[in-house]
Each structure stands twice: as C-alpha cells, then as structure tokens.
Design a protein around this ligand. Structure first.
Ligand code: NAI
Ligand code: MG
Length: 360
C-alpha cells in the first residue's frame, strides 16, 4: 500500500533540515520497498502567519486527518510571532486533536560524539523515554484567587484518567517486551505525591500482569534523574507522566551530546489519526541561514516514521536500522557539522548519510 505523509518544514532550520530528512527517508523507503508519498505543506509556519494572520488554514484538520503521518521540521520565529501563538496554533493542536498520547524519545550515545558524561562508552546510554502526552500535570483545571492581595492563592490540578494512564503504560510494556533486555522503569513519586502517584504505581502493577516477562522497576523521579547521569546503563524503557516525562526527555538527550541528534515521535498508536515525527530541537534562529544545522535529528525522526508506518511487517524496521547505521557511520567518520566540532554543512552531512545508505 501507499503511505501518504504530510511534510511540514515550518520555520528556521526546520526549512534547512527538512530536505535532508526527505532525501534520506525516501531513499530508505525505496530500498526497502515501502511506498511513501510526501504531500508538501507550507502552512503551520510563521511565514504563513505573516500573510494570513493565523498559523494554519481553518480546514487544517480535514486536510491532514486522512494522511498516515506528519513529518515535521520545527515551528517558531519569536522575532515576528510570540512562541505561545506559534506553538499553540500549530504543533500543540496536532498533538491534542490527533490524540498523540505517546511521546517517544530514543536516547543513545554514539561513537565519535563525546557527551558531557565522563567515561561513557556507546552502549552505556541506549534507552527509550515514553512520555504521556495528553493529560496529567498539563491541565487547565485550577485558578488564581484573591489576586494582588496577601491572600493570593493559585491552584492547578493534575488529572490522570485510568484510560489515559493505562494506555500509555500498555504501550511502554509492549515496547519493553520487544527489546532484548525487557526492562521497564516507571517514573513515580509515591512518597511525596501521596494520592496520584501510588495510584500510578498500582496501574503499572495492574497492566504489568499481562507482561510477566518484563522486569519492572519503579523509581522516584528525583533519584531516577540522578541515575540518568550517574548510571544510565540501568535503563531500557522508561515511562513517565506528562511533566516527569517532559523533564526526562530533555535530560536524557542532554547526556548524549548535541541536541542536533535527538529525534522524537508523537504517536497515536491506535492509528485513528496521523502520528507526528519531528526533531526534538526547535527552529534555532541563532544559526538559521548559515546552512550549518545538524540534520541528524530530522533524518532519525524519518527512520522512526518508517518503522511505525509498517509496524509488524519488517521492512520499516529494516529501513530504520539501515538509516541508524548510516548515521552511526557518519558520526564516527565525519563529515561533522559545527555542533559536532566540525565545519561541514547541513547538506554535506545529509549527503554523507545518504551515500552510506546507498552503499550498504
Ligand atoms: P532550539 O532547539 O531552536 O535551539 C537551542 C540551541 O540549540 C540553539 O543554540 C541552536 O542553535 C541549537 N540547535 C538546535 N538545533 C540544532 C541543530 N539541528 N544543529 C545544531 N544546533 C542546533 O531552541 P530555542 O532556541 O529555545 O527555540 C527557538 C525557537 O524554536 C522558538 O520559537 C521555540 O518556540 C521553537 N521551538 C520549537 C520546537 C518544535 O517545533 N518542536 C521545540 C523547541 C523550540
Ligand atoms: Mg520539553
């Protein structure tokens, strides 16, 4: 079958890394017999906003919802559009309206990229962070009272539904079960947050009954964060609520060197709506226009997309692995963009990965 994918470059370096991402993803798709058609979309960008006074056309949902995926660059150009307007007017609408309840971020240390942690070898850091992406601490339930007086009070609730918690836990167990180490770490804080977090723990136990092979380890978020730095080799799959997962999924990639490598997937595993694949980084206005952005996060996100689109059929996994191997090779051998300590351009690094993919 043919997979139809929206390609939305967005703003800043999103426009520079997208062509490299498209080229490598398309090449891998062809090599492994996956039929992908990209539909190029110019909206969901601050350029569109400048012309139309909004980030997207009113029928954006109708245009996207029957596609299989969204391949997304980055959005945001704070010099012309405030960040909360650009983000809430595009990316956050996709995540919510398309019920992308899993935010998946692979974290890996590569040969040739000295991360900030001393004495770490590739292999020591190789895990997946699964963040709940729709509820939890990120709600608008609450309020500010007695504003401006000494009695001022602010309250914001966390909301965890059984449906929302169980589905992200189940996704994480499934993922852990398929990995060689079959380990799942559940981020929690049941000592301090004594109502909702013990409940999270109990849901983790309940869902875990269906996955007896998976070894489960519940860790409080504070010590878990310390171990991301001190003992990263302990982790395989880590699942967390929205806020805890947000923090862990920035901390993890930070331990592996440049943000220019980190990919992410915003998944609707039920496949009722398109899932979205994007680099973790933003539009990087400070380097935009120089052609020096690292394209690897964008390229790796394309690999995650091919894997997800054809899940269970093998070719997508093979295409993913071939792309990651080509990335590994380029990181070990060069060329390198400035964030990796070199002076290569976005296109040179992207083409080196494409050539490696073609060769092997
Ligand atoms: P950023 O990720 O754009 O940049 C942070 C730093 O990392 C900058 O110094 C940048 O040059 C560097 N960097 C980022 N990606 C790189 C790459 N591929 N290669 C080499 N260096 C790279 O984050 P920042 O500066 O906080 O935000 C800039 C804009 O991007 C804002 O408008 C923000 O709202 C937006 N943003 C959008 C995101 C998205 O679309 N998912 C995520 C994060 C920020
Ligand atoms: Mg974040």
């Amino acid at each position: 079958r043919r997979y139809r994918v929206a390609a939305i470059a967005g703003d800043g370096i999103g426009k520079e890394v997208m062509p490299q991402g498209l080229a490598v993803t398309q090449l891998a798709a062809q090599r492994f017999g996956i039929d992908v058609e990209f539909v190029h979309i110019g909206w969901a960008s601050c350029d569109y906003y400048a012309e139309h006074g909004k980030m997207m056309p009113d029928d954006w949902k109708a245009q996207l919802q029957d596609l299989d995926a969204i391949y997304f660059g980055a959005v945001g150009w704070p010099a012309t559009v405030p960040d909360h307007v650009s983000l809430w007017g595009s990316l956050l609408k996709f995540r919510r309206e398309f019920d992308q309840y899993v935010n998946l971020r692979p974290v890996r240390l590569f040969e040739g990229v000295p991360g900030p942690l001393a004495n770490r070898q590739p292999g020591d850091i190789d895990y997946l962070v699964v963040r709940e992406n729709t509820e939890g601490e990120y709600t608008s339930v609450g309020g500010l009272m007695f504003e401006g007086t000494e009695r001022e009070i602010v309250i914001q609730e966390s909301v965890y539904s059984r449906h929302g918690t169980d589905r992200v836990l189940r996704y994480a167990y499934e993922l852990a079960q398929k990995r060689p180490r079959q380990k799942l770490t559940v981020a929690t804080k049941s000592n301090g947050i004594a109502i909702s977090m013990p409940w999270w723990d109990s849901r983790a136990d309940a869902i875990g009954k269906d996955y007896p092979q998976v070894q489960v380890d519940k860790q409080h978020i504070d010590i878990l964060s310390a171990r991301f730095v001190l003992q990263p080799q302990r982790f395989d799959v880590v699942v967390a609520s929205n806020l805890f997962g947000d923090i862990l999924s920035d901390l993890g990639p930070a331990t592996t060197g440049t943000i220019g490598l980190a990919p992410s997937a915003n998944l609707n595993p039920d496949r009722r709506f398109p899932s979205l694949f994007e680099p973790v980084h933003g539009s990087a206005p400070d380097i935009y226009g120089q052609g020096i952005a690292n394209p690897i996060a964008m390229i790796w996100s394309g690999a995650l997309m091919l894997d997800f689109l054809t899940e269970g059929q093998g070719q997508g996994r093979a295409a993913h692995d071939a792309i990651v191997q080509a990335i590994e090779h380029a990181l070990a051998q060069g060329p390198r963009t400035p964030d990796l300590g070199g002076s290569a351009s976005t296109a040179e690094l992207g083409q080196a990965i494409a050539q490696r993919l073609q060769a092997g």
